[in-house]
Structure formats: C-alpha cells, structure tokens
Design a protein around this ligand. Structure first.
Ligand SMILES: CC(C)(COP(=O)(O)OP(=O)(O)OC[C@H]1O[C@@H](n2cnc3c(N)ncnc32)[C@H](O)[C@@H]1OP(=O)(O)O)[C@@H](O)C(=O)NCCC(=O)NCCS
Length: 200
C-alpha cells in the first residue's frame, strides 16, 4: 500500500498554517479564519498536531496527553490519536462523532464532516489510508485496510469497505463506486501492483 507523502512528518507550523488556510476557502477577509479557528474541529486538530510533534520526536507527554485528549473528546466529540498520521490542511466541519483509528493515514487538504469513523473492522484488521483532497461526508464510515484515492468523494452515510479509486465517488451501504467525469478510475492498489511489476 502507498502512503500519501503529504501525511508524513511535516513541521508543526506548516501543518497548522495549512489547516488555517482551509478556512479562507469560505471567503475573503479575516472573518472565516477567525470563525474556523474558534471551531471545535480546529481545536481538536491543534491538540493532535502539538502532541504529534512530541510523539514524532520521542518526547514523552503522558500523563498530560491522556488528560488533554479526554478533555478534547468530551468537549469536541472528536478523537484523533497521536499515532494516526494526518497531513496538513485538514478541515473538520461541525461537532462530534469523529473517530480515527491509530493506524489511519490521511493525506493533505482533506475535508471531514461530523459522524465520520475511519477505523478497523472491529478486530485488528488495520485501518484505511486516505489520499489527498478527499471529501468524507457526514456519517460516513470507512473501515478496514483499504485505500481511498486522491480527490475521491465519500457520500454522507456511506459505509466504505473496499478501496476507492482516485477521483472516485463512493455512496451507499455498503458503498458502491460511481463514476465521476474527468477522473481516471485506476485504483492505488493496481497502480502499486503495476509499479512493483515494473521494478521486477
Ligand atoms: C456524494 C456527494 C458529495 C455528491 O457528489 P457528486 O459528485 O455531486 O454526486 P451526485 O450528486 O452527482 O450523485 C451521484 C450519484 O450518487 C448518488 N448519491 C449522492 N450522494 C449520495 C449519498 N450520500 N448516499 C447515497 N447516494 C448518493 C446520487 O443519487 C447519484 O445517483 P445516480 O447516479 O443513481 O443518479 C453528496 O451527495 C454528499 O453526500 N455530500 C456530503 C455532504 C455532507 O456531508 N454535508 C453535511 C453538511 S452539514
């Protein structure tokens, strides 16, 4: 499986700046940025980013992290463990019900609405890898060691159990892939296979 390069270690301030930049998509001026910076999603993300910074450098933060993470879960309804790898520019809309598995990888500039779970299948199956610029609609569950390609869209309330190709649209329970004009529907998995075949 490939890992979005954007999800690998990046300077704390660069990630936070990219997170803040997402608010400017809502319009000019400072107002959208201030509104976004006051949102629960951003607060949960900042806490994740700060503790992730320490985690990547092997600097112990327990038991402070445990207490702060519980407070964040209670006040925002959002759980992003420090082991998850989240690329810069994540936009979390609305309050609560958002749970990331510790093994999740999320690329850059993704958008997540409330009620989203990125998790395993209930046993230790591994967790999804999400590409760049993926939109995950409210209530969607993406489960298991699958890949969601760059620029994919996951419809509200979809339960995604199979990989979604780059630019794909996954909707329904269990989710089916619908085509979106203008995108090549070639899965990450098949591209990875082709690449390893090329390498011999
Ligand atoms: C998936 C979504 C992004 C639409 O993407 P799109 O590329 O514009 O897709 P379309 O609207 O053209 O729909 C394509 C097909 O998927 C279906 N579809 C779209 N969203 C769906 C959903 N959430 N569940 C089931 N089917 C859905 C459409 O009915 C259509 O079906 P058809 O091909 O049989 O006609 C949008 O419907 C969605 O679910 N957005 C989530 C937004 C959200 O969570 N908002 C919360 C705000 S608080």
């Amino acid at each position: 499986m490939t890992t979005p390069a954007s999800a690998s270690r990046s300077p704390l301030w660069r990630s936070i700046r990219a997170d803040l930049a997402r608010f400017r998509e809502e319009g000019p001026g400072l107002r959208p940025t201030i509104r976004g910076a006051l949102s629960q999603g951003f607060h949960a993300l900042i806490v994740y980013r700060v503790f992730r910074w320490f985690y990547e450098r092997g600097i112990p933060t327990q038991p402070v992290r445990f207490v702060v993470e519980r407070c964040v879960e209670i006040t925002t309804g959002i759980s992003i463990p420090v082991m998850a790898r989240v690329g810069p520019g994540l936009r979390i809309h609305h309050f609560g019900g958002i749970v990331f598995h510790p093994e999740v990888v999320v690329g850059a500039d993704c958008t997540i609405y409330h009620g989203v779970t990125l998790g395993d299948m209930g046993v230790a199956t591994g967790a999804p890898r999400i590409g760049d610029r993926v939109m995950i609609g409210a209530g969607a569950k993406i489960l298991g060691p699958i890949e969601v390609g760059d620029d994919a869209k996951i419809g509200a309330n979809a339960v995604v159990l199979t990989s979604v190709p780059e630019g794909g649209l996954a909707v329904g329970v269990p989710a089916t892939i619908k085509s979106r004009p203008g995108f090549r529907h070639e899965s990450y998995a098949s591209r990875a296979q082709a690449r390893s075949a090329e390498r011999g």
